[in-house]
Design a protein around this ligand. Structure first.
Ligand code: GLU
Length: 478
């Protein structure tokens, strides 16, 4: 039997990292077993319709490297893959379920259903319409009385199943209610559509959030009533912001796009979310998609809630940036470099290469490099560094020599600058650090910079470097 998994998001306009993780596990599991990964859009809640939301789903999955084998935009043998396009299918099956006793027509008005609200504000339908005679039902249908179709949950008994992560799950039917399967607008609810679609699309493994654990016995009643085989259930633990709060937009970033726009790379995000609820046997952390496919295993999926760890995601993202080739980083960092005061004034490739190993997320770029454009009067105490054995007096003698050395260079690249300054130190019997520290402070007006004097001079270029050295010499003599 070919493994078939599906990711079935509702088009809400954003891709929550929890959804992204569900998609990822569906993808990993299917690919590991040589199976198919299907995308199905669950849009039966028309009130929540958001323009452009489906495109967000397509693009997030593509960016995340989760290529689906079937889906609304690419087709497949089990379509349509959008639930509102499957309306007639659901009605047909709902009627069949009514005939089989698993569901019934309900003609109750909204007011009547409302009147069933208890002191806690909960409405529990009282099976009133279950007891209508076939004659009454026929008459109502012929008269066009609005109706819904409700599931007929047994009054007693226990629904149980084995979940691949959570183990044995048992729910008393008395705790479940006769929920609506087909709404008065003819569209199905999630509770019905997921069963019909998963069956018709030959889904073998249903992977989804743990919030569906306790309603799954309802779905099993339907599978059983239709005589369909139940799928394997794999419910996933929630992703938490901390011990008590779920990761949600209310408490900060929770969507894939939020992280992309902050300068995380898609591969790093996907790699990180793989670890939210799953631990590979060999405890690997940085993994390619191919490695994740190979290592993924349900044994390693935990039932305890996963805590989203910002620090770890940042670290992992930094590792991805470091491993990236310079040209790719140059390209993807463009929007972030654009926000820096240095943009357009310096060689972008040099700036990118300087920052790549020194940041964790690309939104750090402006704050890391803006200082280049903020040069001006600075505290000359910075020239004094005990360990480096430098001070202002030394700076007064070293800077003119650095000036002449750099002024004499024809080629002003990293190696020429480096070699000439090292040669200068040797010639004057100074320590390299004495020359380099002093030059760096003079060139930047800072005692902490990404890269040292050589990198700074190269990025500043000859003219600016000489100007700044001169400025510093004057400052020292004030
Ligand atoms: N549309 C449901 C959701 O977004 C899908 C749940 C499922 O995978 O069955 O939560």
């Amino acid at each position: 039997m070919k493994v078939r998994t599906r990711f079935a998001p509702s088009p809400t306009g954003f891709m929550h990292l929890g959804g992204m993780r569900t998609a990822l596990y569906c993808y990993l599991y299917a690919k590991q077993h040589g199976g198919d990964f299907i995308l199905r859009i669950e849009d039966t809640d028309q009130e929540r319709y958001v323009e452009g939301a489906v495109e967000v789903i397509y693009s997030s999955l593509k960016e995340g490297g989760m290529t689906y084998d079937e889906g609304p935009d690419i087709g497949g043998n089990y379509g349509p893959y959008v639930q509102t396009e499957r309306k007639d299918i659901y009605l047909k099956y709902a009627k069949e379920l009514v005939e089989k006793g698993g569901a019934y027509y309900c003609f109750c008005t909204k007011e009547r259903v409302e009147s069933l609200r208890d002191e806690n504000g909960n409405v529990r339908y009282d099976k009133h319409c279950l007891h209508l005679s076939p004659e009454e039902i026929r008459k109502n249908l012929e008269a066009g009385v609005p109706y819904v179709i409700r599931q007929n949950i047994p009054a007693e008994g226990v629904g149980s199943y084995e979940d691949a992560v959570y183990g044995h799950i048992a729910v008393d039917y008395s705790e479940l209610e006769d929920g609506v399967l087909i709404k008065s607008d003819g569209l199905p609810t999630y509770n019905f559509a997921n069963v019909v679609d998963d069956h018709l699309m030959c889904i073998t493994h249903v992977i989804r959030g743990a919030e569906y654990l306790s309603s799954t016995p309802k779905y099993n009643l339907m599978y059983d009533a239709f005589g369909w085989e139940r799928p394997v259930y794999i419910h996933l633990p929630p992703i938490m912001k901390d011990a008590t709060r779920k990761l949600s937009k209310r408490y900060g970033d929770a969507n894939f796009d939020d992280f992309i726009s902050k300068g995380y790379v898609a591969e790093a995000i996907v790699n990180y979310i793989a670890l939210l609820g799953w631990c590979p046997k060999d405890n690997s952390e940085k993994m390619t998609m191919a490695e994740m496919i190979e290592k993924f295993s349900l044994d390693g999926v935990s039932k305890s809630p996963a805590i989203f760890d910002d620090v770890k995601l940042r670290w992992l993202n930094g590792e991805y940036l470091k491993a990236m080739d310079d040209e790719t980083f140059f390209k993807i960092s463009e929007p972030f470099r654009q926000k820096s005061k240095t943009y357009g004034k310096y060689d972008g490739r040099l700036i990118a290469a300087l920052l790549k190993p020194r940041i964790e997320i690309m939104s750090e770029i402006p704050e890391k490099i803006d200082f280049l454009e903020e040069y001006g009067k600075f505290d000359t105490e910075m020239f004094c560094h005990k360990k480096m054995k430098t001070d202002k007096e030394l700076a007064k003698t070293v800077l003119p020599m650095v000036y002449d050395t750099l002024a004499g260079l024809e080629k002003f690249d990293h190696d020429s600058i480096h070699d000439s300054l090292i040669a200068l130190a040797a010639e004057k019997q100074l320590k390299n650090g004495q020359v380099l520290w002093t030059a760096r402070v003079a060139l930047t007006g800072k005692d902490v910079t990404p890269g040292g004097a050589v990198e700074m001079a190269e990025i500043l270029g000859k003219e600016r470097s000489l100007e700044r050295l001169k400025f510093s010499m004057e400052l020292l003599n004030e």
